[in-house]
Each structure stands twice: as C-alpha cells, then as structure tokens.
Design a protein around this ligand. Structure first.
Ligand code: SOE
Length: 361
C-alpha cells in the first residue's frame, strides 16, 4: 500500500514517521508553503497531481481545518482511501457528505482521534465493557495546554477562517470527548457550556508559525473571537454525567488530557502525560496502578504519542489491505468525526444560549 500526505507541518511529519514504522511507502507530499523544507518525502507540484498518481492508494490529510472537507471529498472522488486529521470538516453538513461519499464508494475512512490507541485507554474501555467498573456514573477531566497562553503566541488555529469557529473545543476538547465516549461506550446526549476568550487581542506575526513554536519577528494586533477556555457539563446517553475543563492558556500544562471514570464498582483514571499508568480505585479494596503490559515494546520500555499513531495506522491499513472498511472498524471513522462536529455544534449553541442543548442526531 502506498500513501501520500497533504500538509508539511507537525502532523504531516508525525504521519510520515508512523507510516515508515509500519512499512507503508509515502510516495510524496503536497504543501502550500514553498519556503518550508520537506525532508521526509518527495514533493508533488500540487494536490491535483497527487490525486492523479495511480500509485497512491491512501491520502493522509494533515492540513489546516478549513480545507479538510474539500480535500477529503476530492480524494474519495479520486477513489483513494482517506485518513483525515480532526476535525473532519467544519460543519455537520460537510461531515455528513464525507461519511456518505466514503460509504457509497466503499472506501476506508479514518479520523485521527489518536488517544484511543494508547494501550491503557484500550484497557480502560475493555474494563468498562466487561463490567468490572460497574455502571458508569460520572466522567470528569481536563485537557489543558499552555502554548497559547501569551498574547504573543500565534498559530493558524486562532483564525476562525482556518481553524473553524471553535478552538479549544474543536482542537483539544474533541479528543477528550471522543476518548471518554470510546472508554465508556456512551455517547453525549446534551451539553451545557461556558466558553471564554481571555486574550481578545493577540499579536499576529506577519509570517507563519509552526504549531507549538514560539514566533519571532514583526507582528500586528488582531481581534480573537475563538475561545481560550471552556467549562462543559455533559449528559451521556447511558445515564452518566460529566464535567470537562479545557484551556490553551494554563501555564505549565503542555498536553494535559486527563479523565476519571467513576463506576458503581470501581473508578479508572488516566493522564496522557503519564500514559503508561492506569489508576484503578476501589471502595473496599486497596487502589492500584496498572502498568502497561500490551503494546509493541515490553512493559517498562515507555511508549507514547508516536506509538499511538503507529497502532492507529496499523488498524486502518489492515482494512486498506482488504480494500474496504470492516463492518465494525476498530478505529475512529468519519462517523466518529461527524459525531464530534455535532457535539461541538451543541456546545457552541449552549454557550450562546446559556442553556442545556441536546446533540442533534
Ligand atoms: C494543538 O493544540 C494540538 O497539536 C492539537 O491540534 C492536537 O490534535 C493534539 O494532539 C495536541 O495539540
């Protein structure tokens, strides 16, 4: 199987490295910025040339959010399987169209909700499914980062035209929401959200800035309308309740996704920044820390972010080898991408109204 990657930034490099590890050849990449050096694959002159290359079976979309829809649709129409970074699209209608296009053509489709592929998140999901946690009553947690905490921090995600109207909710909240739905087996039924922009004016560099990089050089002041922080109450369709805190302005927190599930019989807690440990809490027995034992490397040989991509792509490429999606794919598909877009719509609406809003399915 041979792949091509659209995009040349942080995510494109992550995809290229994971593909190399599962021995999928990357035929080439397409980028928009001529000044960025691409050292991980040959470049195509443009997106159309890449789509016209018959040797490419799979297109990986690692571009800013606003072009995901048109690029994913064009790739499906060209008969390619598609692996898309989140968000799948910017509106429910677009995401729905992509789900339909993939189904119609029988093409494999995946969205990179990567956190499901940490071995201890899979372990947590199996524990809930097996009933050892009991009925899930409460899901709490956070996703906190600090890379946008200064008014001089800038990235395309701050611009709604490129990143979409929601920022912390779409960029990092969607990861948490997808992960806890995966672990609990419960979908989000309704939400009550408070969204806040603490830095309404930022200094935008006149040149582009790589994700997580600090900008240098000339800047100009711009108004920011997307949220820096969010507090969200959740009701799940299996009866659980949830509370989520999101922020990209929390000094010291780099990529702090953490969740805790309280079930009738036990609790589970996991933190992306210490991914080799799952905390298991009991009322009448000693609590314990489960260390990772499954995965590509023996226990004690720490696995992390690049390994999660490797595991996700291995699952997706198993279907690509067959040529079509399995009946029940064991990786996040366009349907899961659609799910997070409709949850995001409900969150935005709730923040506007100051009221509980159901997720429209
Ligand atoms: C930036 O907030 C970011 O890179 C997200 O876009 C990713 O999806 C997440 O994995 C880490 O943070």
């Amino acid at each position: 199987m041979r792949a091509a990657i659209v995009g040349t930034g942080f995510m494109a490099r992550t995809h290229a490295e994971a593909l190399a590890r599962i021995r999928v050849q990357v035929r080439g990449v397409v980028g928009s910025s001529s000044d960025r050096e691409v050292d991980f694959a040959p470049t195509y002159p443009g997106f159309d040339e890449m789509l016209a290359d018959d040797r490419v079976d799979v297109v990986h979309i690692c571009t800013p959010n606003h072009v995901h829809f048109e690029q994913a649709l064009a790739a499906l129409q060209a008969g390619k399987h598609v692996v898309c970074e989140k968000p799948l699209a910017l509106t429910p209608a677009e995401a729905h169209q992509l789900c339909a296009a993939a189904t119609e053509r029988g093409l494999v489709n995946a969205v990179c909700f990567i956190n499901r592929f940490y071995p201890l998140c899979q372990d947590a999901a199996l524990r809930v499914e097996a009933g050892s946690v009991g009925a899930v009553r409460l899901v709490t947690g956070t996703y906190l980062q600090d890379w946008l905490s200064k008014d001089t921090d800038w990235n395309w995600r701050l611009d709604p035209a490129a990143g979409g109207p929601l920022r912390v909710v779409g960029d990092i909240g969607s990861h948490w929401l997808d992960l806890v739905s995966f672990v609990t087996g419960q979908r989000i039924e309704s939400v009550m959200a408070d969204l806040t922009t603490v830095l309404p004016t930022r200094q935008r560099p006149t040149g582009s800035v790589e994700t997580f990089a600090v900008s240098t050089g000339d800047t100009e002041p711009v108004d920011v309308t997307t949220e820096d922080m969010a507090g969200i109450l959740l009701r799940f369709d299996g009866g659980a309740r949830g509370v989520l805190t999101l922020s990209q302005v929390s000094p010291g927190r780099k990529n702090h996704l953490a969740f805790e599930v309280s079930g009738a019989a036990a609790s589970l807690a996991w933190d992306l920044e210490s991914p080799e440990q799952l905390w298991i809490g009991y009322r009448d027995a000693p609590n314990r820390i489960q260390l990772r034992s499954a995965g590509d490397y023996p226990a004690g040989h720490a696995q992390g972010y690049p390994d999660a991509f490797k595991a996700l792509f291995r699952a997706v490429y198993a279907d690509i080898e067959v040529g079509r999606p399995a009946e029940q794919p064991d990786y996040p598909t366009f349907n899961d991408g659609f799910e997070q877009i409709i949850v995001g719509e409900a969150i935005a609406e709730s923040a506007r109204l100051g009221a509980w809003v159901p997720v429209q399915r």
